[in-house]
Design a protein. Structure first.
Length: 302
């Protein structure tokens, strides 16, 4: 839908901006044999991996998929294991597609920029691509090539060779970046085509279904918020003797020290029977304790 396209575009733009700032302020090639590759690949791959994990974590479908899967009731709710596996695979593909937007954008932009690739691969360039001194040993040649990303370390007589090597590596990096973009675009397009071909709904029916699911979720969230508010209101009224927003409050309840201690602290979701849970310590107190205690008239002097 349009919302997904806009969200993906915003994520891509933010990733591009973050990559440019990240490169400008933090990236500095060590220009040393054995360190260039590790440093370049770390800056190329580690942020992409972090963005992938963040993409999974920020997707509500991820938590919908994993929450409560080890519950003993899950077997009763989903007896058809084959259908459940198919649904999980489909949702995982959808989540992964959304999560890949930022890391793929990062990889594509960094490859097109070329700086990380030049730093990582410079020492492995073949001597056939520049005029190498035949008297130089292999280890010395690698040391010289490893210093090419740092122009201040390269002797004047090797400046032309350095420029040729840097141009070659940037060419390779940019070609790889554009190929990555092309492969991703084609894959996404073909995926949408396959999903549409195997859809049991017609085009207009699919649009109606998507609109229904969106409206149902909005209405459910509104109803859940109102329902939980009314339910919590009963427990708050029992503890304090009134609820916020009440007019003409005649009296308020003064909780005891034991009651304050009972609702304070940390608590997990507590199962009270096979069908119900206590959501909080206040909830647990309200279900167990009878309505009594000290009350104070609001029109009396304290």
């Amino acid at each position: 839908g349009k919302e997904v396209v806009i969200a993906n575009a915003i994520i891509a733009i933010l990733t591009i901006g973050g990559q440019q700032l990240f490169s400008f302020f933090t990236f500095s090639c060590p220009c040393h044999v054995g360190q260039n590759l590790i440093y370049g690949l770390a800056f190329l791959g580690a942020p992409a991996l972090i963005l992938l994990v963040v993409g999974y974590a920020l997707n509500n479908q991820t938590w919908r998929l994993v929450t409560g899967k080890r519950s003993p009731l899950q077997e009763e709710i989903t007896p058809n294991r084959l259908l459940q596996c198919k649904l999980i695979c489909f949702v995982l593909c959808s989540i992964t597609g959304r999560a890949l937007v930022a890391p793929v954008t990062w990889l594509a932009v960094t490859l097109i920029n070329g700086s990380y690739y030049v730093c990582a691969i410079s020492e492995y360039v073949s001597e056939h691509y520049y005029e190498a001194n035949p008297n130089v040993t292999a280890s010395e040649r690698r040391r010289i090539l490893a210093e090419f990303p740092c122009s201040q370390l390269v002797p004047p007589e090797l400046s032309r060779a350095r420029d040729e090597v840097i141009l070659l590596l940037r060419y390779q990096s940019q070609v790889a970046g554009w190929l990555l973009i092309a492969v991703v675009v084609i894959t996404v397009f073909l995926s949408y085509c396959l999903v549409s071909c195997f859809s049991p709904l017609s085009f207009l029916h699919f649009r109606y279904w998507r609109s229904y699911v969106h409206n149902e979720q909005e209405l459910f969230d509104e109803a859940a918020d109102q329902h939980s508010r009314f339910y919590a209101m009963q427990h708050v009224r029992k503890f304090f003797g009134f609820v916020p927003g009440s007019e003409n409050v005649k009296e308020i309840r003064i909780p005891s020290l034991r009651e304050w201690q009972a609702i304070s602290g940390l608590a997990f979701l507590k199962q009270v029977d096979e069908e119900h849970y206590d959501y909080s310590l206040l909830h647990d107190w309200a279900l167990k304790e009878s309505v009594n205690g000290k009350y104070l008239k609001t029109d009396e002097d304290p």
